[in-house]
Write a protein that binds this ligand. Structure first.
Ligand SMILES: Cc1cc2nc3c(=O)[nH]c(=O)nc-3n(C[C@H](O)[C@H](O)[C@H](O)COP(=O)(O)O)c2cc1C
Ligand code: SF4
Length: 504
């Protein structure tokens, strides 16, 4: 009997290790021979720990599983059915996450058996030009937030003259409600490694770094182990898969500051300095890590590269909507009936994600607002539920998709409080380098407190302050904090007591 139990930290947090121990004990008690295999998460967090039993028809699921309930697995009690046939799984287009939850994250053999390394083998036979053209043709844009075309970034690094270049993976994943990067690192680490090696070949870089945070100990451990295994197998090292080209990889762990996800601050932290934002120019692509040309890409951007090379750029680009090509791993969180990761082609309307996929709120109350794109993302209300999930479409709503995290709130949410929280977050996380953010955020909190106390005139002051922060901040931490603040004010003006007073 083969039983799969996820080793993803969401499953662990919900008791998967106790479940493993209970399965072993129950098997011993019954005299049943059991093989316990480990996988990543399928992304259905409301079902974790999701235990899967191999049958002739496929893997059937039991979840959420408690240590006290494991007898059900042995008794053949009714299960959730075939995991691949569950509505949440069947409706997805899993390209980046094709193996996550399916294979043992630390089995290179399983990785290869499920399409892994096919992309790298193809890339090895291509020129640097051709590699970059393939990425450009795929339409891949940065999944870390800004949506910058990945192929163009790589080309800038390729064309830069330097004795050394770097590939840096931004795995800081600080946005609220996001976990796609962590899920890939814990559930399919070879996919990220493969993407980084292809980036190295394309740009002429021989060293890569995965920069992540200390709050991700499982991801750090799995990535480090996968790097050792990839090295032993010759996937990385002095001669990448017999290509004659070297590529080395290392994990670096930051202390966990939101601003260390900003690429220049990240580079400072990676170099062992304080995580303060650097002025641009120079772009990291020209002067990045240790002053050398550097690609800084998000985990999902890099982990999407293997499937682009495996299946071809046009295959990937055929999915999506307008200039938002391919698929996006939505991360649905907050007050929802069903939270988790859902990979789909760009274009799904926001309302379908929230009401249909997520099943509305966990409390059963009406949805009031959805914050998309992390703590700097705008709030969207039900009147914006027709908006298709895409970079330009969200831009048209004065919103952003960011890292595709959605945090849902029901009608009990205090939107003035949320606006205040955005300013407070900015004040706490500010690196302090520029005035509009360092001082502006503190003044923002004070101004919102005045509005809460009924000072109507302070609303205009808040709008002015937001304009200054937007236009004058050095990076998007100060520059985008106005999005949640102003969207909350615009969507729910009646909650800003000062507005009410001013109108009276
Ligand atoms: C305050 C702040 C925090 C950020 N945090 C992250 C992060 O955690 N992960 C990430 O990939 N990008 C983050 N970014 C965006 C990065 O600066 C950068 O755009 C990204 O790593 C580029 O990779 P991509 O082109 O693959 O998206 C952040 C930006 C800002 C301003
Ligand atoms: S906007 Fe804030 S975080 Fe960004 S550079 Fe200025 S002070 Fe630092």
């Amino acid at each position: 009997m083969k039983i799969w139990v996820p080793m993803d930290s969401a499953a662990k947090a919900l008791g998967s290790e106790d479940v493993v121990a209970a399965i072993r004990a129950e098997a011993a008690r019954r005299g049943v021979d059991v093989e316990i295999a480990r996988n990543g998460s399928r992304g259905m967090i409301w079902l974790e720990p999701l235990v899967e039993v191999e049958t002739e028809a496929g893997r059937i699921g039991y979840g959420p599983m408690n240590a006290g309930d494991v007898a059900a697995i042995f008794d053949g009690s009714p299960s959730l059915g075939l995991v691949e046939e569950l509505d949440w799984m069947k409706r997805q287009t899993r390209l980046t996450f094709q193996r996550c939850g399916v294979t043992d994250p630390l089995s290179l053999a399983q990785y290869e058996a499920h399409g892994g390394l096919a992309g790298l083998r193809r890339a090895i036979g291509m020129s640097q030009d051709a590699i970059i053209d393939e990425v450009k043709l795929s339409g891949l844009r940065g999944r870390g937030g800004a949506g910058f075309p990945t192929g163009i970034k790589w080309d800038t690094v390729r064309l830069a003259h330097a004795d050394r270049k770097y590939i840096v993976c931004n795995a800081d994943e600080g946005d609220s409600g996001t976990f796609a990067d962590r899920m890939i690192m814990e559930g399919d680490p070879f996919c990220l490694i493969e993407g980084m090696v292809i980036a190295g070949l394309g740009c002429g870089a021989v060293q890569g770094y995965v920069y992540t945070r200390s709050e991700y100990p499982d991801a750090v451990a799995v990535m480090r182990r996968a790097i050792v295994l990839a090295h032993e197998a010759g996937v990385i090292g002095p001669d990448v898969m017999g290509s004659g080209k070297p590529f080395e990889l290392e994990v670096r762990v930051g202390a966990g500051a939101y601003v260390c996800g900003e690429e220049t601050s990240l580079l400072n932290s990676l170099e062992g300095k304080r995580g303060v934002v650097r002025a641009k120019p120079p772009l990291p692509a020209l002067e990045g890590a240790f002053g050398k040309p550097t690609v800084v890409n998000n985990v999902i951007s890099l982990a999407t590269v293997p499937v682009i090379f495996e299946k071809g750029a046009s295959y990937y680009a055929d999915f999506g909507l307008g200039r938002s090509k391919g698929t996006i791993p939505l991360q649905i969180a907050g007050n929802v009936a069903r939270g988790g990761l859902f990979e789909t082609a760009f274009g799904m309307p926001l309302g379908e994600i929230v009401t249909d996929l997520a099943g509305g709120t966990a409390t059963g109350r009406p949805v009031k607002a959805v914050q998309v794109g992390g703590p700097l993302g705008a709030y969207l209300g039900q009147e914006q539920f027709d908006t298709p999930f895409g970079y330009e479409e969200f831009g048209g709503q004065d919103a952003l998709i960011g890292h595709a995290g959605l945090v849902v709130f029901d009608d009990s949410a205090d939107m003035l409080g949320m606006a205040r929280f955005a300013m407070e977050f900015c004040a706490v996380e500010s690196c302090g380098k520029c005035t509009p953010c360092r001082i502006g955020a503190v003044r923002g909190v004070e101004t919102l407190d005045r509005i809460a106390a009924g000072d109507g005139a302070a609303v205009e002051l808040l709008s002015d302050l937001c304009e200054t922060m937007k236009d004058g901040s050095l990076c998007a931490l100060g520059g985008f904090t106005p999005y949640p603040v102003m969207s909350a004010l615009q969507l729910f003006p009646e909650e800003f007591a000062g507005v009410k007073e001013a109108a009276e």
